[in-house]
Design a binder for this molecule. Structure first.
Ligand code: NAP
Length: 287
């Protein structure tokens, strides 16, 4: 069966636009202050996937004229050692945004390490304060994947007000902030998780489905209401999403492919939010 490309949400194209706008922000900040915005990335351990993500983040920084400060720590790092490094970055005036690559090795208290990031530098939206701001509708930095999804929905002129939205997954970096953002945009939001009963029936009511589960092809085609918008945030081995794309696409009005849908938006949002953080810290208006 062939895909109707008019239904596809092109995350690569929207991410390129975000990065282009971000490069203009960076230039404006440099002109106004003589300073270069800087994102610090902290990688603990030697997980190959995490190394790739961190490298990609550094490359995107440089592509928009931003500086990237890479901090690497061994797999044996203790919570205390990581906190010491995080605290240094927190007060380093040359660092505008801090990203701690998730997951960290299991001996580390990841929550404590996240909380060492001041909200003003929390460009990845991982702190309790940052999540609180998202629920309160304070526009600062969103968790990057849901914030990137909101940008995609805006770019495709999706009117969220009054829509029945179903978010499958309730993680602190994806499902919960996604629900907050959709609620603040006046959608009616249902959050589903591993204890949800009759999941298919709940999902079938939705005008907008966000899948954030981490299980390949988990959302079945017959869970998708005719004309629903389907956002697949999942990224499983072999470039497979959380939605059974072939079965869902004929029923959807708009759908994100995997890869090339939500994925590219996450890094673009991180970089763009770092430029916003730098502007805020340096007192530069980007309007
Ligand atoms: P996570 O922390 O493992 O959370 C998964 C969520 O799915 C949990 O809330 C869990 O429910 C729920 N779940 C698991 N099994 C379920 C079931 N049978 N029925 C209903 N809900 C179920 O994962 P995450 O970090 O949010 O990531 C989710 C997916 O997004 C993964 O594929 C990940 O790779 C992808 N992701 C992509 C990007 C990107 O840039 N594109 C960024 C981050 C994550 P409980 O809370 O009840 O356990």
């Amino acid at each position: 069966m062939t895909t109707d490309t008019s239904k596809l949400i092109d995350g690569k194209a929207v991410a390129a636009k975000v990065l282009e706008r971000c490069a203009a922000k960076v230039e404006k900040i440099k002109q106004a202050t003589g300073k270069t915005p800087c994102l610090a990335t902290v990688l603990v351990g030697d997980d190959p996937a995490s190394e790739t993500y961190v490298r990609m983040k550094g490359k995107r920084c440089e592509a928009v004229g931003m500086q990237s400060l890479r901090v690497e720590m061994s797999a044996e790092t203790t919570t205390e050692q990581l906190l010491e490094k995080m605290n240094q970055l927190a007060i380093d005036a040359a660092v505008n945004g801090i990203l701690l690559q998730h997951p960290v090795p299991s001996q580390i208290d990841e929550r404590a390490a996240f909380e060492a990031i001041p909200v003003s530098k929390d460009v990845d939206g991982v702190t309790a304060g940052g999540l609180g701001e998202m629920w309160l509708g304070i526009e600062r930095f969103g968790s990057c994947t849901p914030a990137g999804i909101m940008t995609l929905l805006r770019e495709y002129n999706v009117k969220l007000e009054g829509l029945e939205a179903c978010v499958i997954g309730r993680s602190p970096i994806l499902g919960k902030p996604m629900a907050a953002m959709l609620c603040n945009a006046n959608a009616t939001v249902t959050i589903c998780h591993s204890r949800t009963k009759d999941l298919g029936d709940v999902v079938r009511r939705a005008d907008l489905i966000v899948a954030a589960v981490g299980r390949p092809n988990f959302v079945k085609g017959d869970w998708v209401k005719e004309g629903a918008i389907v956002i697949d945030a999942g990224y499983n081995p072999g470039n497979v999403g959380d939605v059974d794309f072939a079965a869902a696409e004929p029923r959807a009005s708009l759908i994100t492919p995997v890869p090339g849908g939500v994925g590219p938006m996450t890094i673009a949002t991180l970089i763009d939010q770092t430029a916003d953080a730098a502007a805020e810290q340096f007192g530069v208006s980007l309007d």
